[in-house]
Ligand binder design. Structure first.
Ligand code: IPM
Ligand code: MG
Length: 359
């Protein structure tokens, strides 16, 4: 039976990078006989424009029915004026939450060809291979109560709640430990247990779950130190596990180590391994419509989808090798461009990946 992939291009550069990723997906679909069926849906700003809400019921229904979801990026200044609960980002957060995609995998791998594009010295980043595991459906992003209220003296006050249940921590811990098992067996849990009770519990539960994985070396680090260590000596890390907000921030920082956030894919998985796949970057409104966006993060997200949800590791390998090949050829979008390399457009990069797949 055909497997259904729901494609959600999103806003600004979203449709541009998605067009390239879909080309690549269709290419491996026929090459590897994957029997995938693509359908399209609206999410974020595009959905607001068409239906008035960022996550239309129809999109949610199709997302539930799909075997996997491929997402571009959502949001941007066009919707700055809309009411808070209707912001494009709410569509993204809604789909993550409704589908219980609690496990967000954000690998930061430095392609050796891009060592000169990193803002850090090549010797600090060469060979870098980190996996950030971010809890995605809890923490301060979803905690209640939340809002902006007016106090008795007329002053406004904004508030959010940072909360984690033991079961939520346990669930992400098991995912992180089992992923560490398939790598270098080192897991660093990032928290702020010197200040925040919620992360004191986080640390305790990590230790408890760690007892079930004696073959994985567990360490703990405060988030401020982790941010510093990522920039000072990033290769000390194998797998990092952390809550929703710390993971959001640290994964952007880790992205820059690899030369560009335009290179970073991600997977968001539920308990059964079903998932949504998206680049870590946003909608880049400043370069939208100019053919400057790097489609590789989305193309590499397709590879993750093939590996984690569609059980087609050969197709995933082929895409990753094709990406490496185009980098070998010296092809670069502006975000990773350095002297002596050939500048290509979004489409040019996508075409090059297809050509490498066919070579
Ligand atoms: C990310 C993004 C999102 C997040 C935004 C767009 C809501 O920054 O996927 O990292 O904060 O999770
Ligand atoms: Mg982010």
């Amino acid at each position: 039976m055909a497997r259904k992939i729901l494609v959600l291009p999103g806003d600004y550069i979203g449709p541009e990078i998605m067009a390239e990723a879909v080309k690549v997906l269709l290419e491996v679909n026929s090459r590897f006989g994957l029997d995938l069926e693509l359908e399209y849906g609206l999410l974020g700003g595009a959905a607001i424009d068409a239906t008035g809400v960022p996550l239309p019921p129809e999109t949610l229904e199709r997302a539930r029915a799909a075997d996997a979801i491929l997402l571009g990026a959502v949001g941007g200044p066009k919707w700055d004026g809309v009411e808070r609960h209707l912001r494009p980002e709410r569509g993204l957060l809604g789909i993550r939450s409704e589908l219980k995609l609690f496990g967000n995998l954000r690998p930061a791998i430095l392609y050796p060809q891009l060592a000169d594009a990193s803002s850090l010295k090549p010797e600090v980043v060469s060979g870098l291979d980190i996996l950030i595991v971010r809890e995605l459906t809890g923490g301060i992003y979803f905690g209640e109560p939340r809002g902006i209220r007016v106090l008795e003296n007329g002053e406004r006050e904004g508030y959010n709640t940072y909360v984690y249940r033991e079961s939520e921590i346990r669930r992400i811990a098991h995912l992180a430990f089992s992923l560490a098992r398939k790598r270098d067996r080192r897991l660093c849990s990032v928290d702020k247990a010197n200040v925040l009770e919620v992360t004191m519990l986080w640390r305790e539960v990590m230790d408890e779950v760690g007892a079930e994985y004696p073959d994985v070396e567990l360490s703990h680090m405060y988030v401020d130190n982790a941010a510093m260590q990522l920039l000072r000596a990033p290769k000390q890390f194998d797998v990092l596990v952390t809550g929703n907000m710390f993971g959001d921030i640290l994964s952007d920082a880790a992205a820059m180590l690899t030369g560009s956030i335009g290179m970073l894919p991600s997977a968001s998985l539920d308990q059964a391994g079903r998932g949504m796949y998206e680049p870590c970057h946003g909608t880049a409104p400043d370069i939208a419509g100019q053919g400057k966006a790097n489609p590789l993060a989305t193309i590499l997200s397709v590879a993750m989808m093939l590996r984690y949800t569609l059980a087609s590791p050969a197709a995933a390998d082929a895409i990753e090798q094709a990406v490496s090949a185009v980098l070998d050829q010296g092809l670069r979008t502006p975000d990773i461009h350095t002297a002596g390399r050939q500048l290509v457009s979004t489409t040019g990069m996508g075409d090059a990946v297809i050509a490498a797949l066919r070579a």
